[in-house]
Design a protein. Structure first.
Length: 288
């Protein structure tokens, strides 16, 4: 009984952690858009992940110093996936809106069950697939409107992010086991930052706006250092398909933060989309 109670407590704590992660990433859409007003995609990527790696190094140096080969291997692979995913997201954000991208990138709720089955060969419960489809319907109501149904190049790149981020979720949820998450995440950040470093462009740094600086601080401290570490830790205690559903609430948070920041009105359709997404997450937890 004690083991069951502990397991349930860990799952609840993992869900809360993933929800906090989703809220932080929701604000990241705006932060990235503001940073892109003054900095290139590669400059943002290199600065964001290298600074986050520095933070983790100082916070968890003893763990990192004792890291085994598997932490290095896991971290480097995750860093590579992350590098490709975020180049797609940042380049896509140049030619699409915050609201539209917040839908397209969170289409990973559909890709996660498919990739999970392909990689692990584990049975995916029909309810999990149904909840993913329901969440996607909610996302569509939330973020798509009649004038945004045509896919531009930025939209295709945003979908590319969704595929690679789904791969990251499945990998962390199924492959990364019994590893030190803190040291692994350090190598993950370091790999992403180093891959982007050769393309760093500092020519326009003297004209960086205050909003771009705030955007970068948000991306480094909250969106990267805290949120990715929290995701990696939380996924040790929950299924990858369920984790993707909770994390997909970043689109809801992102939408309402964009509404608040850019003063856009909220429609009945958008409210319905939020409710459908919440229903999908609740249904995914119902035991039948």
């Amino acid at each position: 009984m004690k083991g069951i109670h502990s397991h349930n407590s860990n799952m609840i704590l993992a869900d809360i952690t993933l929800l906090c992660t989703a809220a932080i990433w929701g604000g990241g859409f705006i932060a990235a858009k503001e940073a892109l007003g003054a900095l290139s995609s590669f400059t943002i990527l290199a600065s964001r992940f290298l600074l986050s790696a520095v933070f983790l190094f100082f916070l968890f140096y003893p763990r990192i110093r004792r890291a085994a080969t598997k932490e290095l291997r896991f971290g480097m692979f995750l860093g590579l996936i992350q590098y490709i995913a975020f180049i797609c997201q940042l380049e896509g954000l140049k030619t699409t809106t915050v609201e539209k991208q917040s839908f397209l990138v969170t289409s990973y709720v559909i890709f996660v069950p498919a990739l999970s089955w392909l990689i692990t060969k584990k049975h995916i419960h029909p309810r999990e697939i149904g909840c993913a489809l329901l969440a996607l319907c909610g996302l569509a109501l939330l973020c798509l409107h009649s004038d945004t149904l045509v896919l531009a190049s930025g939209d295709i790149l945003s979908i590319g992010f969704a595929v690679f981020f789904a791969l990251q979720i499945v990998y962390v949820g199924n492959v990364v086991k019994n590893a030190d998450i803190f040291s692994m995440t350090f190598f993950q950040f370091l790999t992403t930052g180093l891959l982007a470093l050769p393309f760093l462009d500092i020519s326009g740094l003297q004209q960086v706006s205050v909003s771009a600086i705030y955007g970068m601080l948000y991306l480094v401290i909250l969106n990267t250092t805290f949120a990715f570490l929290a995701q990696n830790l939380a996924q040790q205690y929950t299924k990858d398909t369920h984790a993707s559903l909770i994390i997909s609430l970043e689109s809801v948070f992102g939408f309402f933060m964009a509404v608040w920041f850019y003063h856009d009105p909220v429609t009945l359709q958008e409210g319905a989309g939020c409710l459908i997404m919440m229903a999908a997450i609740i249904l995914s937890k119902v035991k039948v």
